[in-house]
Design a protein around this ligand. Structure first.
Ligand code: FAD
Length: 308
């Protein structure tokens, strides 16, 4: 059995594995896709002390760093069930799609999250070529350009306010007749001179020239008219979904949005089970935050081990 079994191989999982292994305890890391969301991006400019890198490069560096230590890395394994330990000194068990099972004294859950997509033509083709999901990450790339933000909830309106300070013009596009964001955010948004708001509009297509985005087509749901916005960027802000479906039967406490609730040491509602990164309730989903959280969860697990 492992002392620490990390489930997830993104920035949070890699950091947890390194921090655990450095304590000389038996550490394993299992991931469906080592690297995580980092693999889906090209330009990364906010991982502190690394002014510029690319997703696949950072993912490879994370794996290399983990390999410096005595860690069992199991890639391409999808966890399907967590069976919590019975009793104080029991072992937790994680089951995989392949049928494999692993036992461990402590577990760090770091299965991350995924952005909800619009599912319209052009979205995949122009991903990272004008279609973006993270304003903190990609906002500065659109300096002086025109962008749309899809979604009028808190994250969409926050993104629009944030981007309005960086880009030339923002159009916020909401499907329903009204924005759902907090009133104070809506008030702030409406006070900005370079923002238009379009409600009751269904985005139907991402337009581009073959290389990059040049427009967004939407249907005016009042009139059924098809309209087009000329722009260079589209930020999709219709939700971040935590990868916790597989934990639903474990009894682990999840927030209303399905995120794992943790305490100040990264421990979940199940003693000996920790969590880190985008899969948790931690606000501001970023690589630098996931890395810090991963370290915290591993140190929390080590602390737990020396007391049990
Ligand atoms: P993830 O990176 O999501 O990793 C989760 C890991 O768990 C993966 O290895 C996955 O395969 C694995 N996993 C999931 N489910 C299972 C399962 N059931 N069984 C086994 N393994 C599983 N942040 C920045 O700071 N700067 C940026 O420039 C930036 N750009 C981004 C661009 C894009 C397009 C996207 C999508 C995100 C971007 N982010 C950026 C956000 C950043 O990537 C995330 O905050 C960070 O990757 C979170 O790390 P994590 O380890 O918590 O989760």
């Amino acid at each position: 059995a492992f002392d620490v079994l990390v489930v997830g191989g993104g920035p949070a999982g890699a950091s947890s594995a390194i921090y655990a292994a450095r304590k000389g305890i038996r550490t394993g890391v299992v991931a469906e896709r080592f690297g995580g969301q980092v693999l889906d991006t090209m330009s990364i400019e906010n991982f502190i002390s690394v002014p510029h890198t690319e997703g696949p490069k950072l993912a490879a560096a994370l794996e290399e760093h983990v390999k410096e230590y005595d860690v069992d890395i199991m890639n391409l394994q999808r966890a399907v069930k967590l069976v919590p330990a019975k009793g104080e000194n029991g072992l937790h068990e994680v089951e995989f799609e392949s049928g494999a099972r692993l036992k461990s004294k402590t577990v760090v859950l770091a299965t991350g999250a995924r952005w909800r997509e619009m599912n319209v033509p052009g979205e995949q083709e122009y991903r990272n070529k004008g279609v973006a999901y993270c304003p903190h990450c990609d906002g500065p790339l659109y300096k002086g350009k025109r962008v749309a933000v899809i979604g009028g909830g808190n994250s969409g309106v926050e993104a629009a306010i944030d981007l309005a300070g960086v880009v030339a013009h923002v159009t916020l596009v909401e499907f329903m007749t009204e924005l759902r964001a907090d009133a104070v955010l809506q008030k702030k948004l409406r006070s900005l001179p370079n923002v238009d708001i379009i409600t009751h509009a269904q985005s139907t297509e991402v337009n581009g020239d073959g290389n990059k985005v040049n427009g967004l087509t939407y249907k005016d749901r009042d009139t059924d008219e098809i309209k087009r916005l000329d722009l260079e960027g589209i930020f999709v802000q219709i939700g971040l979904v935590p990868n916790t479906e597989w934990l639903r039967e474990s009894g682990l406490e999840l927030s209303g949005r399905g995120e794992i609730v943790t305490d100040a040491h990264g421990m979940t509602s199940i003693p000996g089970v920790f969590a880190a990164g985008d899969v948790t309730t931690v606000p501001y989903k970023q690589i630098v935050i996931a890395v810090g959280e991963g370290a915290r969860a591993a140190l929390g697990a080590f602390d737990y081990l020396i007391r049990h």
